[in-house]
Design a protein around this ligand. Structure first.
Ligand code: NAD
Length: 509
């Protein structure tokens, strides 16, 4: 029988775990009460910070920057190496906090911390590979090259659903690039952020690096707005809804700051007649129902060839019926709670809209465990079969709600994949090489992440992560995403003893 921890048990576990990570939990006080989505009940009380604290944090970070940019990049990598080791030591603690505050099941919460460790490894290697290019100069006796320098203070605004990893993607890379980080985490996950910050502060102290390299500001959108508008923030990396990005992007641009936007997704899988349906069903169920549908890369649409749509829908519905919903920290649970009532209401109204648009509910829908936890919102992952695209399908509903749409021609499937305002992740399930290649080509999916025979979620840190259109265009994590955190200078050195001008210009006086 499913049971949930009591309010007292969960609150005690959260505080004890945060303390183990180095958070001074005795100092937590204030009039803001945080809750856990597991039971919807209070965890702790703390204070939110405002514009004055943002100013002070940015000033401390600017001071740290002046010292940190002088440390050679491999030396900066040594700090990140230690940080990664400490994260590994606190893997289970941090995962517990992610489960308590974001509602993730244990294996996904551990996976999130593993992702932090992985990005530290990546960044340590990167600290010896911040390459600039040399180009052949058109002038004799000249050297033309580019160099990369630390950029300045990086502001990070992050969402509730990756309360630890998104910050570390930014922070590990920013630190080796020579930049301090000021973090405004989601207001829903403050203990996780304090714990992550405390672990990094321990690494900073051990390595004798400036304390101002990492700072955390607890608060809501107001603290975020103050950080976004601050002229001392050189790069503002914001992860969250497209609504948030629409407010943030122009404000940063107004002051000629740099922004990196990671916003909402509305991700689809195309399922072709030749798809291996066993693999496809597993891939879809993890991407669509995993994390209770609360990943930016969650699969929200399946575009299935008409010849396989019925069988696929039946098999998905039967897999959905078997999904264990419950306490995310209990062994065997695959679907934890939604983050709050607002998320549940959004799911309910999207299902109603899809049914009004002619859809049929083929699996799930409605609330689970309401008698056990009236203040928590566990949703039954839902599938709605639709015959054609409707307005509700073009919106991101941040919950486990999957639409299944049919297609007849592969190019029509690509058009449907692209017919939404967001452009984060996409996949095709097929055994036909030509279809796979077309989907990956310039005429194929318009998303930042395009996969073959794998779901839309669960990216590795080695690749650049991000998406197009209303997803914001930013790229973070692996590949060459580090360039966003550095300033490029083009240098021309003349060792010829003459002064020839480029393009043969003659300016002799
Ligand atoms: P949200 O937009 O409500 O909040 C995200 C963060 O932005 C929070 O810290 C919030 O306080 C802050 N914020 C909100 N308005 C702001 C403003 N005007 N100025 C400055 N800061 C502001 O998002 P959420 O509900 O926490 O997270 C879910 C959303 O995040 C989904 O849309 C999801 O797709 C998206 N997301 C995207 C990615 C990605 O990499 N593309 C990753 C994770 C989540």
């Amino acid at each position: 029988m499913t049971t949930l921890p009591t309010q007292a048990e969960l609150a005690a576990l959260a505080l004890e775990t945060a303390r183990r990570c180095g958070v001074d939990t005795d100092a937590l006080a204030g009039d803001v009460t945080t809750t856990s989505p597991i039971n919807g009940l209070p965890v702790t009380s703390l204070a939110w910070q405002g514009a004055a604290e943002v100013d002070a944090a940015v000033a401390r970070a600017q001071e740290a920057f002046l010292a940190w940019r002088r440390v050679p990049a491999p030396g900066r990598g040594a700090l990140v190496k230690r940080f990664g080791e400490l994260l590994a030591e606190h893997r289970d603690d941090l995962a517990t906090l992610v489960s308590i505050e974001a509602g993730k099941i244990t294996s996904e919460a551990r996976g999130e911390i593993q992702e932090m460790i992985d990005i530290c490894d990546f960044a340590v290697g990167l600290s010896r590979q911040l390459y600039g290019r040399t180009m052949p100069s058109e002038r004799p006796g000249h050297r033309l090259m580019e160099t990369w320098h630390p950029l300045g203070v990086v502001g990070v605004v992050s969402a509730f659903n990756f309360p630890a990893a998104v910050w570390s993607w930014n922070t590990a890379v920013a630190l080796v690039c020579g930049d301090p980080v000021v973090w405004k985490p989601s207001e829903l996950t403050p203990l996780t952020s304090l714990a992550c910050h405390a672990v990094l502060q321990r690494a900073i102290a051990e390595q004798g690096a400036p304390a101002g390299l990492s700072q955390v500001l607890l608060g809501g959108p107001e603290a975020g707005e103050a950080l976004v508008g601050h002229p001392g923030v050189a790069l503002l990396s914001a992860t969250g809804s497209t609504r948030m990005g629409r407010a943030v992007g122009p404000r940063v641009a107004e002051r000629f700051g740099r922004s990196l936007l990671e916003l909402g997704g509305n991700n689809a899988a195309v399922v072709a007649p030749s798809a291996d349906l066993d693999l496809t069903v597993r891939g879809i169920v993890f991407s669509a129902a995993g994390t209770a549908g609360q990943r930016c890369t969650t699969m929200r649409r399946v575009i299935a060839h008409r010849s396989v749509a019925d069988e696929l829908t039946d098999r998905l519905a039967s897999a959905y019926d078997r999904l264990p919903i419950g306490n995310p920290m209990a062994a065997g649970t695959l679907v934890g709670p939604l983050v709050n009532r607002r998320a549940y209401d959004a799911m309910t109204s999207a299902v109603e809209q899809a049914l009004a648009d002619g859809g049929t509910l083929v699996a799930g829908g409605g609330r689970a465990l309401a008698d056990l936890a009236p203040e928590a919102y566990y949703a039954r992952p839902a599938i709605v079969r639709l015959e054609k695209q409707s307005d509700v399908v073009t919106r991101e509903t941040f919950a486990p709600l999957l639409y299944v749409l049919p297609y007849d021609d592969f190019r029509e499937a690509i058009d449907l994949n692209n017919a939404v305002p967001q452009g984060l992740s996409s996949s095709v399930f097929t055994s036909d090489v030509a279809e796979a290649e077309l989907f990956l080509s310039a005429e194929g999916s318009d998303c930042g992440i395009v996969n073959v025979n794998i779901g839309t979620s669960g990216a590795e840190i080695g690749g650049a992560f991000g998406g197009e259109k209303e997803t914001g265009g930013g790229r973070e994590s692996g590949s060459d995403a580090w360039r966003a955190y550095m300033r490029r200078a083009t240098n021309t050195v003349n060792f010829s003893g003459e002064l020839p001008l480029a393009q043969g210009v003659d300016f002799t006086v």
